[in-house]
Design a protein around this ligand. Structure first.
Ligand code: GLU
Length: 484
């Protein structure tokens, strides 16, 4: 049997990290098995589905490198098939029309609550006579369609992650609604548990790999496979991603969508590597830094954990930094250019050599691409502004004199190099008769506006190449001289 898996996101929000991690496991399993990865957009909920979310999901998966082999298929375009299948179940007597009003259902649940019973549909319309149906219709009621669930059934499957899972029919909430209310001669909008099974059968899905939050749907779906006369696929329910408090990671935890991680400056490679580790342990001896292809060679469900996986920012940052630190400088530069541009920095395409030097300067300190924006601001803006600490440094005794000495020497040294820069520094020391440490600290304050940052001499050389150092030093001198 050929392996066919699918990702079935609902476009009711941006691509969530949990869905993306499910996509990772599906992708890895498909690649490992030489199988097919199908993408299906579950957009039957017309009120909550939006095309911009579909686009966000497609873009996110593409960015992460989780390419699909078939699809995207859209459930909204397959309504007729679902309605036909509902009709088949009706015709076989496996489903029926139920005419309960919302008020009646509420009253039923209230009564169950009062008796300390779990809420469930009590199957009261399972065996209506034609006369009873006609009477309900005469009242103007619109029926839903319910699928019969045998209370005495025991449903079990061998989960790829969790081993044997079994469920009792009586715990499934009674006969389940598979299509929304409609006129009695029509089939209303079919619902999730039903359409997912129709599609998984139609798309010949061999392994349903999805988040643990769907585990309660699986027994109902197994019954539907049987009713539809199809063989039941394998199921694997992957552990949820948890927040620091151990609860399911949700929108309330802040950043949870893939495009947000992208905007924060994570690399696709780093993020996908981290997501793989959220729930999967690589075999002994395998490096924690790996590509999707490398992980696919090793991937199997025996190394997927049952327990939820805690989201760990430090680990993500560390993994991402490994990608940034080891990326060839020209490639990293290409990734930083749009980040700098988005920050409003003027980046000239003719400036590749300068940009690459700059990239090399900051690369070792980067965990995220975005961090390059504040880190390099002093190299892009004309008016850097001096922090309080930098201002205090500039206003120490003798600093103005040292800066004046540096400015004079620099004016006579139009093109600064790693060698002649030392002479300019010496000139500053001599002019004010101060130690090198004082001059270097003051130079950092003057050139970068702050007391810490990337290598000072390299920074200066870069400023010099853009003729930004003299104006900056003159601004700093003004600050130094403005001391009260
Ligand atoms: N549309 C469902 C979701 O987004 C997919 C469930 C499934 O994989 O069966 O959660």
């Amino acid at each position: 049997m050929s392996v066919r898996v699918r990702l079935a996101p609902s476009p009711t929000g941006k691509l969530h990290i949990g869905t993306a991690r499910t996509a990772v496991f599906n992708w890895l399993f498909a690649r490992h098995q030489g199988g097919t990865f199908v993408l299906r957009i579950e957009d039957t909920d017309l009120e909550r589905s939006r095309s911009e979310y579909t686009q966000n999901i497609l873009d996110g998966l593409t960015w992460l490198g989780l390419t699909w082999d078939e699809g995207p298929f859209y459930q909204s375009q397959r309504l007729e098939l679902y309605q036909q299948k509902v009709q088949d179940l009706l015709d076989q007597g496996l489903a029926y029309r139920a005419y309960d009003t919302p008020e009646e259902l509420d009253a039923m649940r209230e009564a169950q609550k009062a008796n300390n019973q779990a809420p469930r549909y009590d199957n009261r319309h399972r065996d209506l006579t034609p006369e009873q149906e006609a009477a309900f219709l005469a009242e103007g009621r619109k029926p839903v369609i319910r699928f019969k669930i045998d209370n005495d059934r025991e449903i079990a499957w061998n989960d790829l992650v969790r081993g044997t899972v079994s469920w009792k029919g009586r715990d499934l909430g009674g006969d389940m609604v598979i299509a929304r209310a409609a006129e009695s001669d029509q089939v209303g909008q079919p619902l999730y548990n039903f359409v997912v099974v129709v599609d998984d059968i139609d798309m010949q899905i061999s392994h349903v790999i999805r988040g643990e939050d769907h585990i309660g749907n699986t027994p109902k779906q197994i019954l539907l496979y049987e009713a539809l006369g199809a063989s039941v696929p394998e199921f694997g329910h992957t552990p949820l991603i948890l927040n620091q408090a151990g609860a399911k990671l949700s929108k309330r935890d802040g950043v949870t969508s893939i495009s947000d991680f992208q905007n924060m400056g994570y690399t696709a490679e780093g993020l996908v590597n981290y997501m793989t580790l959220l729930g999967w342990s690589p075999p002994e001896g395998m490096n924690e830094i790996f590509s999707l292809e490398e992980a696919a060679q090793q991937f199997g469900f025996e190394r997927v954990n049952k327990a939820g996986a805690k989201f760990d920012w430090d680990k993500l940052n560390w993994i991402n930094s490994q990608y940034l630190h080891h990326m060839p400088i020209d490639q990293l530069t290409d990734r930083l250019i749009p980040v700098w541009q988005a920050a409003g920095y003027e980046v000239a395409p003719t400036d590749q050599a300068w940009l690459e030097q700059l990239t090399a300067l900051v690369a070792p300190s980067l965990a995220r691409l975005e961090e390059a924006v504040p880190m390099t601001r002093y190299l892009f803006v004309a008016d850097v502004g001096f922090t309080e600490a930098a201002t205090a440094q500039l206003q120490l005794d003798n600093v103005a004199t040292a800066l004046q000495g540096i400015i004079t020497a620099l004016e006579a040294t139009p093109s600064l190099t790693a060698e002649n820069v030392q002479d300019v520094i010496q000139a500053g020391m001599k002019a004010a008769n101060v130690k090198k440490g004082v001059v270097m600290k003051s130079l950092r304050a003057a050139l970068t506006g702050d007391l810490q940052g990337p290598d000072l001499v390299q920074s200066w050389l870069l400023l010099n190449q853009h003729q930004m150092d003299l104006p900056r030093l003159r601004q700093a001198l003004a600050v130094a001289e403005s001391k009260a």
